[in-house]
Design a protein around this ligand. Structure first.
Ligand SMILES: [Zn+2]
Length: 328
């Protein structure tokens, strides 16, 4: 039997209304990559999609989860209860297990935004979005973790783990060298720019990580790249170049937002995003991405932090000393 990769388009209860899970069918059986969120609709859609390809959920050998975001692993607990081995990149597995064990983490991360100038009402809505995300996140244990460069057999086929931190700290793509195909999770998406958020207790400079990870998947000579949202890509290199340029433009926009007086991260978020048009979950991601830009620009010596007597953090364009990390 030849190796076959099937895209399973599953519904999500978000404005981003679908996720692509992938079914690998090969001489070594069946494996699934990502699952969608744990809604009843999502589970039914996953069961139907698997059965349409002649596979019972309990007939899967492995589930590989590209990264720790809830839309990628919502059915992990259910599949594991059927005997499916759950495999994840190590760093994201550790962070996810810590998040599952500590619900109070959400409150701590929300409260850090108070000193970043975010109004309490906006934060209350963000907190509610995080609570509903937890509700759709049944805990599970990872059976096996994998590292960068490791070769994982799915369906009896060799998939090389390419760890691409940025969208999440341990995000991993899977490279199938014989067919020159890359399953790229949320690392590179065709129509939307993957969210890169600064998250409490995770990466120090996620945007710098993301830029490096984008460069890492350029020039692989791929036939096709399969994203977790949207259509497959035949020119991944061109999309990578666009995403790199996009983040340079966003940084320039952020710095223009600082011309004049010091600004809070919330004011800068309003400069980068149309906040009134975003729902609570999107607002939370916009705040995280603004912070990722702030941290990256700070590391490049382009802006600096000023903590006022009110305890609120504001940023301003850096002078020549700021590159050495000066703050006042
Ligand atoms: Zn994601």
């Amino acid at each position: 039997m030849a190796f076959i990769l099937q895209r399973l388009k599953l519904p999500l209860p978000l404005r981003l209304d679908h996720i692509n899970a992938y079914l690998v069918a090969g001489p070594g059986g069946h494996a699934l990559i990502d699952t969608g969120m744990a809604t009843p609709d999502g589970q039914q859609a996953l069961e139907d999609a698997l059965r349409a390809h002649g596979v019972e959920p309990a007939g899967l050998r492995q589930l590989f989860i590209t990264h720790y975001h809830g839309d990628h692993w919502g059915h992990a607990a259910w599949l594991r209860s059927l005997g499916v081995e759950v495999v994840m990149p190590r760093r994201d597995s550790e962070l996810l297990q810590a998040w599952l064990a500590h619900p109070e983490h959400d409150e701590r991360s929300v409260s850090t935004f108070l000193r970043r100038g975010v109004p309490a009402g906006v934060l209350r809505r963000a907190a509610r979005a995080l609570v509903s995300m937890r509700r759709l996140s049944p805990p599970f244990q990872t059976d096996r973790t994998v590292e960068d460069g490791e070769v994982l057999e799915l369906g009896g086929e060799p998939f090389e783990v390419v760890v691409t931190p940025g969208h999440s700290p341990g995000h991993a793509c899977l490279l199938h060298r014989p067919s020159r195909e890359l399953i790229c999770g949320d690392h590179v998406l065709p129509h939307i720019t993957p969210n890169v958020s600064f998250e409490l207790g995770a990466a120090e400079n996620p945007l710098a990580d993301y830029r490096a990870s984008l460069r890492r998947v350029r020039g692989l000579g791929l036939e096709r790249a399969w994203p977790a949202h949207g259509e497959p890509m035949t020119d991944l290199d061109a999309r990578v170049t666009e995403l790199l340029a996009h983040h340079e433009e966003r940084e320039a926009l952020l710095l223009r937002g600082l011309a004049g007086e010091p600004r809070t991260a919330y004011e800068l978020a309003g400069h980068l995003f149309e906040l009134p048009r975003l729902d609570s979950w999107e607002t939370w991601m916009a705040l995280g991405e603004t912070m990722a830009h702030v941290v990256a620009a700070q590391a490049r010596g382009r802006l600096r932090l000023l903590v006022g007597e009110d305890g609120i953090e504001r940023y301003l364009i850096a002078g020549p000393d700021a590159a050495r990390g000066a703050t006042c």
